[in-house]
Write a protein that binds this ligand. Structure first.
Ligand code: FES
Length: 78
């Protein structure tokens, strides 16, 4: 699912970025800006930031398995 239409970031990209950030530093404070930086992109309009924040928290709690739709709880649309 495309989450950010400005930079074409997908939900899978966010899950992988969260995993990479957690692996590099288990105590990192995750922010949408950090996820963008991990992906080598910058937000443009910012309208996706609330959804990116929700996905980031969900994937951080449930790991990459949450990205495949397994037992992940649904994330409310922004
Ligand atoms: S939709 Fe993500 S920055 Fe515009």
């Amino acid at each position: 699912m495309i989450v950010c239409s400005c930079t074409m970031i997908t939900s899978r990209d966010i899950a992988e970025a969260v995993s990479a950030l957690r692996t590099a530093d288990p105590f990192v404070v995750l922010t949408p800006g950090l996820v963008y930086r991990q992906l080598g992109k910058r937000p443009s309009c910012g309208s996706c930031l609330p959804l990116i924040t929700k996905l980031m928290v969900a994937y951080d709690e449930e790991g990459l398995s949450g990205a495949s739709g397994g037992t992940r709880r649904p994330v409310e649309e922004a």
